[in-house]
Design a protein around this ligand. Structure first.
Ligand code: ATP
Length: 234
């Protein structure tokens, strides 16, 4: 479904991505793990069109989208939940969710998707009229994911969804990611919580200073001595 080929990204003189190649197949959860500053966020931002690569290609369902606008990418099925959630604090939960569907015109299907999001996140249904800024951190993360689902993506890009959440909520967010995936959405997940990410991922890539250094199934990487030492606390 998604193929990234030899992606190079610069910020001025900083060579942040040095030839990233990865694939995400239809129906998979793929995770990208790595330390702070390795290039995970930059990889997601380049896939969703927020950062222009110096070279390389991004292919979605066989179509080269390297030069497509971010908006066009949302339209064809890429939805990005950025790090730090970024919901619109002064808008209600419902308004935030409706915004997620702003490129769509199929009112009946939008209503169906809203119902699905409320089924997935009952807490959002209960609080639909509440301002998003008054939600807890975990609820805001749910809202950010729900809003992304309202564009009915083929692939959901999630940047550190567990960041700053209490352990019980982290577990809940990971369960939700699994549910979203079981309902047919492909997921590319960036995480610093490598243990949890590898547990739910079909496949994983390890990124270090702008390069993919290792890849395999989630289970394989969990067993790797290198990974245990570097990312799973020994
Ligand atoms: P984190 O988990 O801290 O977000 P990351 O793996 O997502 O880390 P990136 O944020 O992608 O890493 O950063 C990759 C590299 O690019 C780092 O060296 C970072 O300093 C640099 N970088 C990222 N954004 C910018 C920017 N806007 N301007 C300059 N350098 C940047």
């Amino acid at each position: 479904m998604l193929e990234v080929r030899n992606l190079h990204v610069h910020f001025g003189v900083i060579h942040a991505l040095k030839g990233i190649s990865l694939t995400v197949n239809d129906g998979e959860i793929v995770t990208l793990i790595g330390a702070n500053g390795a290039g995970k966020t930059t990889t997601l931002r380049t896939i969703s069109g927020l950062k222009k690569p110096t070279s390389g290609e991004i292919i979605l369902d066989g179509v080269d989208i390297t030069n497509a606008s971010a908006q066009e990418r949302v339209r064809i099925g890429i939805s990005h939940v950025p790090e730090g959630r970024r919901v619109f604090s002064n808008m209600t939960v419902l308004e935030n969710l409706e915004l997620g569907a702003y490129l769509r015109k199929d009112k009946e299907e939008i209503a169906k998707d809203l119902k699905k999001v409320f089924d997935l996140f009952p807490v959002l249904a209960d609080r639909r009229k509440q301002l998003a800024g008054t939600l807890s951190g975990g609820e805001q993360q749910m809202l950010a994911i729900g809003r992304a689902l309202m564009s009915r993506p083929k692939i959901l890009l999630l940047d550190e969804p567990s960041m700053g959440l209490a352990p019980l909520l982290v577990q809940e967010i990971f369960n939700i990611i699994k549910d979203v995936n079981s309902n047919g959405t492909t997921v590319l997940l960036v995480e610093q919580n490598a243990r949890m990410a590898l547990q739910i991922a079909h496949r994983a890539y390890v990124i270090e200073t702008g390069r993919i250094v290792l890849s395999g199934t989630g289970a394989e990487l969990m067993e790797s001595e290198e990974i245990k030492k570097a990312y799973l606390g020994g």
